[in-house]
Design a protein around this ligand. Sequence first.
Ligand SMILES: Cc1cc2nc3c(=O)[nH]c(=O)nc-3n(C[C@H](O)[C@H](O)[C@H](O)COP(=O)(O)OP(=O)(O)OC[C@H]3O[C@@H](n4cnc5c(N)ncnc54)[C@H](O)[C@@H]3O)c2cc1C
Ligand SMILES: NC(=O)c1ccc[n+]([C@@H]2O[C@H](COP(=O)([O-])OP(=O)(O)OC[C@H]3O[C@@H](n4cnc5c(N)ncnc54)[C@H](OP(=O)(O)O)[C@@H]3O)[C@@H](O)[C@H]2O)c1
Length: 258
Amino acid sequence: MTASAEKYTPQTLLDVQTLTPSLFTLRTTRDAGFRFRAGQFARLGVTKADGSIVWRAYSMVSSPFDEFLEFFSIVVPGGEFTSELSRLQVGDTLLVERQAFGYLTLDRFVDGRDLWLLSTGTGVAPFLSILQDFEVWEKFERIILVYSVREARELAYQDLIAGLEQREYLREHGHKLQFIATVTREAHPGALHGRITTLIDSGELERAAGVELSAEHSRVMLCGNPQMIDYTRALLKKRHMSLSLTRRPGQVAVENYW
Ligand SMILES: Cc1cc2nc3c(=O)[nH]c(=O)nc-3n(C[C@H](O)[C@H](O)[C@H](O)COP(=O)(O)OP(=O)(O)OC[C@H]3O[C@@H](n4cnc5c(N)ncnc54)[C@H](O)[C@@H]3O)c2cc1C
Ligand SMILES: NC(=O)c1ccc[n+]([C@@H]2O[C@H](COP(=O)([O-])OP(=O)(O)OC[C@H]3O[C@@H](n4cnc5c(N)ncnc54)[C@H](OP(=O)(O)O)[C@@H]3O)[C@@H](O)[C@H]2O)c1
């Protein structure tokens, strides 16, 4: 094994599902030695026709206890990585770095009553991993998952989300979850209509959740579009909520996707 090959393992694609022309999901085998915490990401590699490897960060959708790895991906038109990734088929190889990374994990928060998981687009991925792990259900009284997409057809993993409370190990906690979808570029029954930032600013998100965003009780994770994260952080700052750091515990944890 070469020095660089020691950093990653080849995994086999078990399943590929196309959701829209620009969104798809991937399931791969998992190396027995690959460990991660719910909310973390892996660096994935694809080999191009010229033999070079392109690497990008991807959050795990699957839980740390699943035997497989699952990822949720955008297709960026002309994107170096996703142009290659979206060509892969069942049986093809995806490279996965041995080390998982990231701080969008529950140990960011030392306390809190309500956990808000605010996502745009594929940024919902780490929250799906967190929600499939038992820890979050024990740690918080309420969990509010907010998922913002342009069009309703882009709302992925609806069956997984709806099925969480049916899972044997979550039965007594399932009622804690509130799922709020917001669709920004069309009206959709059952979903809000507006950006997360607008909905926070107007108070509509809190009204929909039936719970207040407050420094005392709320802990907030943000994932996806970097502008959404910047604006939301500014809105939360006005409510005295700030980034949670090891030396100074706070109320907010973030993962920018680009
Ligand atoms: C910590 C971390 C975790 C990530 N997890 C995921 C994930 O789970 N799923 C995923 O699809 N991507 C994820 N990304 C983004 C991913 O790493 C790549 O940027 C993406 O695969 C596009 O690669 P590319 O080479 O085709 O285009 P790039 O050259 O990397 O990106 C080109 C442009 O496309 C847009 N873009 C990139 N990623 C996204 C996205 N996810 N949604 C919307 N627009 C995007 C941005 O405008 C970006 O500037 C993550 C990024 C980081 C930093
Ligand atoms: N989604 C598609 O149909 C599609 C198709 C082809 C290519 N692409 C490309 O893919 C990339 C992004 O795709 P995406 O739709 O997954 O991600 P996105 O542009 O980040 O949009 C996802 C959600 O985040 C919201 N959002 C965007 N900027 C925000 C901000 N500053 N504050 C608060 N909310 C914000 C969007 O609302 P708004 O609707 O109000 O922006 C939408 O609800 C773009 O580069 C795009 O060109 C997308």
